[in-house]
Design a protein around this ligand. Structure first.
Ligand code: NAD
Ligand code: DAU
Length: 331
């Protein structure tokens, strides 16, 4: 299989490539990534010798067409991915997430290539803390932020290209990932690296917002399950029943770091901050037989803390610029 992976110099895509190189050495992997502030070739280092890396933009129609022509399967991770950035400057989100997806869809349409679209549970909006429901593939789209609105737009393009043009596509919507190679702008790595720098963790609002955490390796094993067995045109929700509020996560990071569990600060809230995400992944589990392997969040978090401690050279170059951006918005 010749596999084109977009956005694989980022967090989830780089882990996907490492897992693929490790577990499926027969797959020929080509990566297309623009190396934005969020992408780093260093994230691909362990697999670099086994893959082809192309630096380029998913909105570059000529380049995308050439790469898709040489692929059997495309997995599209590339995106602007951070909600806070989308509130400060939404345009790159429209360009990459919507126009980039359009560009790939047109190429896979021309070449009849199998396409898997990586998306997020945020397309469904949010749930109240006491709502007994979880998101299902039937939940209506109701995105809150510019980021999630552009992801929702991209999902709808995929659905239209399946129905109108017969494109061979599947979509997955996953909950919050954690693990190695995640940019220090994101919640968990920000707090871990702040603590390494002697800075107290920062919780938005009251810290009561709930996210449904899944280890990145479980997300990626689910993506492979969908590529192998998913039904064309279907949407699969990926989640591992990992609901926790942000305060609980910070308390755990503090405890695992040997510090008092109340040694954090509350900072101003994110505008439009989604309250809670929760995934019902039963379709993926019953129809395709997928199950997560990282069932213990505390163990996964401890391993992630160890990874950031051992890989300061990887994250240190991003840290000052990231905290300068947060300082500008008072968080
Ligand atoms: P990330 O920000 O860590 O990585 C994004 C990558 O895409 C970077 O390497 C960046 O250089 C690249 N990129 C950005 N714009 C590009 C462009 N125009 N052309 C080519 N490459 C470009 O993101 P992530 O957290 O790894 O997320 C990957 C995908 O998974 C995204 O589609 C995101 O919406 C989705 N997702 C993320 C999560 C999560 O918890 N992080 C959960 C569910 C879904
Ligand atoms: O649900 C999937 C989504 O998860 C993905 O689609 C996004 O790409 C990914 O970034 C993530 O979005 P969130 O906005 O949930 O993730 P973030 O890491 O930015 O924040 C997680 C929670 O922590 C959220 O409630 C905001 C809060 N937060 C975040 C930061 C950076 C804090 O309390 N303090 C912080 O310093």
């Amino acid at each position: 299989m010749r596999l084109l992976v977009t956005g694989a110099a980022g967090f989830i895509g780089s882990n996907f490539v490492h897992q693929t190189v490790r577990e499926r050495p027969e797959v020929q992997v080509t990566v297309l990534d623009a190396l934005t502030y969020a992408g780093s070739e260093a994230s691909l280092a362990p697999s670099r010798a086994a893959i082809t890396f192309v630096e380029g933009d998913v909105t570059d129609a000529e380049l995308v067409d050439r790469l898709v022509a040489d692929a059997d399967v495309v997995v599209h991770f590339a995106a602007e991915s951070h909600n806070d950035n989308s509130l400060s400057n939404p345009w790159p989100f429209v360009q990459t997430n919507i126009v980039g997806t359009f560009t790939l869809l047109e190429a896979v349409r021309r070449h009849g290539t199998r396409y898997h679209h990586i998306s997020t549970d945020e397309v469904y909006g949010d749930l109240e803390l006491d709502d007994p429901r979880k998101f299902t593939p039937e939940t209506p789209y109701n995105p809150s932020s510019p980021y999630s609105a552009t992801k929702a737009s991209s999902d709808l393009l995929v659905r239209a290209w399946v129905r109108s043009f017969g494109v061979q596509a599947t979509i997955s919507n996953c909950s919050n990932n954690y693990g190695p190679y995640q940019h220090v702008e994101k919640f968990i790595p920000r707090q871990i690296t702040n603590l390494i720098d002697g800075i107290r963790p920062k919780l938005y609002g009251q810290g009561l917002n709930v996210r449904d955490w899944i280890h990145v390796e479980d997300h990626n094993s689910a993506v492979w399950t969908i590529i192998d067995k998913g039904r064309i045109g279907e949407t699969y929700l990926i989640g591992a029943d990992g609901e926790k509020n942000n305060r609980e996560v910070v308390e755990l990071i503090l405890e695992l770091s040997g510090l008092d569990s109340d040694a954090f600060d509350l900072v101003s809230d994110r505008p439009g901050h989604d309250m809670r995400y929760a995934i019902d992944s039963s379709k993926l589990r019953t129809e395709l037989g997928w199950a997560p392997r990282y069932s213990n969040f505390e163990d996964g978090l401890a391993a992630t803390i160890d990874w950031y401690r051992a890989n300061e050279a990887w994250w240190r170059p991003q840290k000052d610029a990231t905290e300068a951006k947060y300082a500008q918005i008072g968080r």
